[in-house]
Design a protein around this ligand. Structure first.
Ligand code: KIV
Ligand code: NA
Length: 264
């Protein structure tokens, strides 16, 4: 795999080529995913849940994301490595710049932030300071207590329009990518068509430019609640390399996610 960059992913969007991405937290899995052609790896704050056993992502620290980012970037030097900025690590400009710098030094090429209009200045400031930003709209898990649970977002026409408007403004502010989580398929299609930057979906239907899954969901080893949008590729294939290859293949050909893994 050639070195993946925000530019190469933007080119894939223009050419209508869909891409798969996964979360990763360590060197060995990162290398295995890259070897199967996964171009984008995210050190998600989902690590609070899948590695640390918490009920939500809120307790994860910048130091923890930085540690796992160092591990992942060593294993997959050619992947585009995105690090999540954890809860409250981008509340003020000073905090944001210092914490983003720590994640870039750890090996990330992009940071991801959850939120809409309140982040426009932050996105602009980071981009001006040479840190590419991936925005994240829809079900933003750091807001779980505001939402009152992990719920599909953007179901009403008004809420859908608000997400579309925020996506456009984030792009104008400089965001180079967008994650859309748990929104109706039709809204994700509208956002993907309206934006020139790549849109990566999770629980957002098949029309986004890319897809992402938490690696533990792809392998069917998440404990407890299994989200509707996840698919156990290990059960289908019997080994980890084949599971990742099957996921990549299905995403690239638009076969994953199917309606049973999406919200209407
Ligand atoms: O933390 C995470 O793993 C994420 C993805 C699910 C998009 O933010
Ligand atoms: Na996250």
């Amino acid at each position: 795999m050639d070195k993946m960059t925000t530019a190469s992913l933007a080119k894939m969007k223009r050419e209508g080529k869909k891409f798969a991405s996964l979360t990763a937290y360590d060197t060995s899995f990162a290398a295995a995913f890259a070897a199967q052609g996964v171009p984008v790896l995210l050190i998600g704050d989902s690590l609070g849940m899948v590695l640390q056993g918490a009920d939500d992502t809120l307790k994860v620290t910048v130091e923890e994301i930085a540690y796992h980012t160092r591990c992942v970037s060593k294993g997959a030097p050619n992947a585009l490595v995105i690090a999540d900025m954890p809860f409250m690590s981008y509340a003020t400009p000073e905090q944001t710049y210092q914490n983003a710098a720590e994640l870039i030094r750890a090996g990330a090429q992009m940071v991801k932030l959850e939120g809409g209009d309140w982040l426009l200045e932050t996105v602009r400031g980071l981009t001006q300071r040479s840190v590419p930003v991936c925005a994240h709209l829809g079900l933003t898990p750091q807001s779980v207590h505001v939402f009152g649970g992990f719920k599909v977002q953007g179901r009403s026409e008004e809420a859908a329009q608000a997400i579309l408007d925020q996506a456009l403004r984030l792009q104008d502010a400089g965001a180079a990518m967008l994650v859309l989580e748990c929104v109706p398929t039709e809204l994700a299609r509208r956002v993907t068509e309206a934006l020139t930057i790549p849109v990566i979906g999770i629980g957002a239907g098949p029309h986004t430019d890319g897809q992402i899954l938490v690696m533990h969901d792809l392998l069917g080893i998440s404990s407890g609640y299994i989200p509707k949008f996840s698919k156990n590729y290990l059960a289908l294939t019997g080994n980890i390399h084949a599971a990742v290859a099957a996921y990549v293949e299905e995403v690239e050909h638009g076969r994953f996610p199917s309606p049973e893994h999406s919200f209407s």
